[in-house]
Design a protein around this ligand. Structure first.
Ligand code: NAG
Ligand code: NAG
Ligand code: NAG
Ligand code: ZN
Ligand code: ZN
Ligand code: ZN
Length: 434
């Protein structure tokens, strides 16, 4: 039929559709904080151009007073080497110092200001002073968030064990090079570290060490948690990418970064409910399969921002950045009708077990040296095997939960199509070389 030649294009349109027209509430870390950081940076810049103004930065202590700059009642705290502006940590926080750019910003050259008194992560609250020294962050929460966003920044002197809190030298390899851990026990800990607290080993069937960490993560969704290189989860995802790269004429590129996608609690609840329904009807677990015959499948789409690049875990607010839209609120089948064209197997959500096929749909609308691909959890249930296109499908054939488009017929590579939003959730963001 004449339509056949246009179908690959239709499919590629479908592949890029996500919850694009949904309006998302702006998150605490969204544009507002970016704007305030920019305003603070602008303020700092104007201060720098006027030496007489910057000579008395707003955070400097009133040196003429021996009383706390905040309460004016108790004397300033003297730690033996210097006098602090406040009597206590409580007063330091209460003083609600004006926002300054984080010290990692580039405003520090020739900056007469002392190192920012504000938290290196939030830039809003003052750094924590424990009575002896000032910490880089205001709170444990910000310290955790900073290391979650950038595990490489964790204090970890060269040659020392990478396990949290360990200060022993790392094991020396037989070739004389330095390893990453002091002992086998710490190697195991590092390879299985909880993706939330990065302090304790995760539980076997979880990404987290405890129900507290699992709950904390779910409450913070949607968000990305970087999976460290060398972690068992990184290995499992990268191994699947490699094993499912089936285009023998194309070189399989290396995976550079893996992020766990944490969805909202509500989103996971409806996914789990759908999974339970499909499991109840099909009893997949009794034949050694996962509940609901859940499988991990690839999906390539358009990325408009630099999410997934080094240190970039903030979702953008663009409704045209399909990648961020899917990470935020998963796939949305109701939007199919807003676009013209049909997929080969009708109005469904398309994934593939073949990474090199989904790679064809991964597209950067940004400048980056990496490409992005999603690894998704999909409830396959009973899959109906089809080898020939049927563009009029809006549901799986009676008695089935999904369509498995097998290689053969009009297809070069496999596709999996589900027809309900709750049958799929994005699970990992994978960054690889183009
Ligand atoms: C800044 O202070 C210096 C020295 O105290 C003075 O000579 C100069 O005129 C001042 N500049 C402004 C813009 O106030
Ligand atoms: C840390 O990150 C979580 C999740 O992104 C967020 O909900 C929380 O507000 C952050 N905490 C701070 C102190 O920024
Ligand atoms: C396509 O699927 C519909 C709905 O299941 C079915 O009625 C129709 O016969 C199918 N068409 C072909 C060509 O298989
Ligand atoms: Zn160690
Ligand atoms: Zn934990
Ligand atoms: Zn984006």
């Amino acid at each position: 039929m004449s339509m056949a030649s246009t179908l690959p294009i239709a499919l590629s349109l479908f592949q890029t559709l996500a919850a694009a027209s949904v309006n998302f509430p702006s998150t605490a870390n969204g544009p507002r904080s970016t704007a305030s950081a920019a305003a603070a940076a602008a303020a700092a810049t104007s201060a720098n151009t006027n030496a007489n103004v910057s000579a008395s930065p707003p955070t400097s202590s009133n040196v003429n007073s021996i009383m706390c700059d905040n309460c004016q009642v108790r004397p300033k705290y003297n730690d033996g080497t210097r006098v602090h502006p406040f009597c206590s940590k409580g007063c330091a926080s209460q003083a609600k110092l004006p926002a300054q750019p984080p010290s990692s910003g580039n405003n520090n050259n020739n900056n007469p200001l002392p190192k920012s008194a504000n938290c290196d992560f939030c830039g809003v609250r003052p750094k924590h002073f424990d009575g002896k020294r000032t910490h880089p962050f205001c709170s444990k929460a910000c310290s955790k968030n900073a290391s979650a966003q950038n595990p490489q920044l964790k204090p970890n002197a060269k040659g020392l064990c990478h396990a949290p809190g360990c200060t022993k030298p790392a094991h020396t390899n037989s070739d004389g090079s330095s390893g990453s851990y002091c002992s086998l026990a710490h190697k195991t800990l590092g390879e299985t570290i909880c993706l939330m607290c990065k302090q304790a080993a995760k539980l076997p069937q979880s990404h987290f060490c405890s129900s507290k960490c699992a709950d904390d993560a779910e409450k913070s969704g949607p968000m990305l948690l970087e999976v460290p290189v060398g972690h068992v989860t990184f290995k499992s995802v990268a191994d699947q990418f490699k094993a499912s790269w089936r285009h023998t004429n194309k070189y399989c590129p290396p995976v550079r970064r893996v992020y766990k996608i944490v969805s909202t609690q509500a989103s996971m609840t409806s996914y789990k409910a759908y999974q339970a329904t499909v499991e109840k009807a099909g009893n997949f677990a009794s034949t050694g399969r996962s509940a609901g015959n859940e499988n991990r499948r690839w999906h390539g789409t358009k990325r408009e921002c630099n999410i997934g690049d080094k240190g970039q875990t903030q979702l953008c607010q663009s409704t045209k950045c399909s990648l961020c839209c899917i990470i935020k609120s998963s796939f949305d089948i109701s939007l199919w009708g807003t676009k013209t064209g049909w997929g080969r197997f009708g109005k469904g959500l398309y994934t593939s077990s073949t990474s090199s096929k989904s790679n064809d749909y991964s597209h950067n609308d940004c400048s980056s040296n990496l490409k992005a691909i999603l690894l998704n959890k999909v409830i396959v249930g009973r899959g109906c095997k089809l080898t020939h296109d049927n563009t009029s499908l809006t549901a799986p054939p009676t008695g089935y939960d999904s369509v498995l488009a097998e290689k053969g017929g009009s297809l070069n590579y496999d596709e999996l199509v589900v027809y309900t939003n709750d049958a799929i959730r994005p699970s990992f963001l994978v960054m690889y070389e183009p």
